[in-house]
Design a protein around this ligand. Structure first.
Ligand code: UN1
Length: 513
């Protein structure tokens, strides 16, 4: 707790937060509604935050609009320079911010540090990108004409992020949007506002040092009502939302109704296929990290394991040796591999899913308990579960945000495994373990995996920022982070320029007046 006090101090988090209702509004105006944030790891109160109301929201939108008129005029590489400084400040604070992520959200410290590293990486990526917001040039069909396209900033980008990656997913959006010339309004999950406030302190410092308005990066601490205001708000041309498919459908509908753009990164139901040609030791490491890492609360978590019948018993036996020995404990304890779940509601969902799948005929072979006793007083610790199940079971078709791994058997060739893997409503991440080229290429082919991410001899979670991140079907179709995902944060403009003295019309149309 002593080190935690230092961490909070370094990141500017105070136990109560009068500061959050002054200056730029991060919480409410008058502090009517506050929310206390307890660590899922030990149940201690970390701090209380003020929740924003509609009036606070209005103020935030106004200051974002104002900042945009300034920010969009800055050259993109100058905007990149600000992001470079943010990246440097994140480097300085990596340890402290990683610890706070771990303490507030419950993921283990290694993963907390990894999350901050993702932020640093996307800053670097965005800095380079700030000189590469390329459009194409085209040949005009008309003499003495030329055509090209440009990308311009869209305006305010709304970012609604989830508790499980409380800061990284925001940074993917915010850093790209910032170099693109947009301003950002961030509504973090109300379960993890403190890491967001810590980030805002970092941002605020950089902006102040450069005499820039804080309205470029806005933070608003609020609940679903604020999210709904953002989704309906015509002044926000792009809303990027990460979370459940249920939430994403609401956001997508509201944004769609006003013909705005949304970038949705929603539920996954990610599978690893293990064929009879797999390197099993390698596969097992990926499976365990994917299934129990972040206590099964990544959108990329491994939820289904589709195993060839010839190696099924062997895989099951090895998992049954590993699972009961997983060190479960405080997220900041160096020996822990499985931390707590975010809260008791998540534990209830875990229990309910296990009960339901057993009703359907699933066979729980390990785990599934809620731990109690010393170190587990919070009621947020569970033993990761493995259930032998069939792909068509209702519960297997659902994304339960918990450490439940469904073991599914397949026979015959890899096409059968791919059919099972694709046989769900979601389409985020997928993986195959095989050393057979015919199998791995079939998996990657156009009749292979239907997911946004398809990996060979790598698990479903832990993607690098350099690729585009997101998925198909009920995952929502959005792409964030690397590759050319930046284009969604800009509007495209086609320009045709006549440098002659005639006015020829396209398609050879004659129109003489
Ligand atoms: C998420 O769970 O919303 O690929 C993001 C991964 C991480 C990001 C996950 N880089 O698992």
């Amino acid at each position: 707790t002593n080190t935690m006090t230092n961490v909070l101090e370094q990141l500017g988090i105070k136990e109560t937060n009068p500061a959050y209702s002054t200056g730029l509004v991060w919480g409410g105006h008058n502090g009517k509604q506050t929310r206390e944030i307890y660590s899922p790891a030990d149940g201690n109160l970390i701090a209380a935050v003020t929740m924003a109301d509609a009036a606070a929201y209005e103020q935030v939108v106004k200051q974002a609009q104002e900042a945009f008129t300034y920010w969009r005029k800055q050259p993109a590489p100058k905007r990149g320079e600000i992001v470079r400084q943010v990246g440097n400040k994140l480097r300085e604070n990596k340890e402290a911010l990683g610890k706070l992520v771990s303490y507030e959200m419950g993921k283990i410290l290694q993963e907390g540090l990894g999350e901050v590293q993702e932020m640093i990486d996307i800053c670097d990526f965005a800095v380079g990108l700030s000189r590469q917001l390329h459009g194409l040039t085209m040949h005009s069909e008309r003499p003495e004409h030329r055509m090209y396209e440009q990308y311009h900033p869209v305006g305010i980008v709304g970012v609604i992020s989830a508790f499980n990656f409380p800061v990284a997913v925001w940074s993917w959006n915010a850093m790209l949007a910032a170099v693109c010339g947009d301003v950002i309004i961030w509504k973090p999950s109300e379960k993890t506002p403190l890491t967001a406030i810590a980030c805002q302190h970092i941002i605020k410092e950089v902006l102040a040092e450069n005499e820039l308005p804080e309205g470029i990066f806005n933070l608003i601490i609020g609940d679903a009502e604020i999210g709904s205001l953002m989704a309906h708000d015509k002044r926000i041309p792009l809303v990027s939302a990460t979370g459940s498919t249920r939430m994403g459908k609401k956001v997508g509908e509201a944004v769609g109704a006003r013909l705005g753009k949304s970038l949705l990164e929603l539920g996954g139901n990610n599978a690893i296929i293990i064929t009879e040609h797999a390197d099993l030791e390698m596969a097992l490491r990926a499976v365990v990290f994917g299934a129990v890492g972040t206590c099964g609360q990544r959108c990329t978590s491994t939820r289904r394991l589709i195993v060839h019948e010839n190696v099924y018993e062997q895989v099951k036996e090895r998992l049954l040796k590993i699972y009961p020995n997983l060190p479960i404990g405080h997220s900041l304890d160096n020996t822990t591999l499985v931390g707590p779940m975010i809260d008791k509601d998540a534990v209830e969902a875990f229990k309910a899913a296990l009960a339901a799948v057993q009703q359907e005929g699933g066979n729980l072979i390990t785990g599934g308990e809620v731990l109690s006793g010393k170190g587990y007083e919070t009621g947020t610790y569970v033993t990761p579960a493995i259930v032998e199940a069939e792909n068509h079971f209702d519960m297997v078709q659902e994304e339960t945000f918990a450490p439940i791994l469904y073991l599914i058997r397949y026979s015959g060739d890899v096409e059968n495994a791919v059919e099972l893997q694709n046989g769900v409503r979601q389409g985020l991440s997928s993986a195959i373990f095989s050393t057979n080229l015919l199998e791995t290429e079939a998996f990657l082919s156009h009749w292979g995996s239907d997911c946004g991410i398809a990996n060979v001899n790598i698990g479903t979670s832990g993607a690098e920022i350099g690729g585009a991140f997101g998925g198909e079907k009920e995952t929502g179709g959005g792409r964030e982070s690397g590759s050319d995902a930046w284009k969604v944060y800009m509007r495209r403009q086609t320009n045709t320029i006549n440098f002659g003295r005639q006015l020829p019309l396209a398609q050879g149309i004659k129109f003489d007046i």
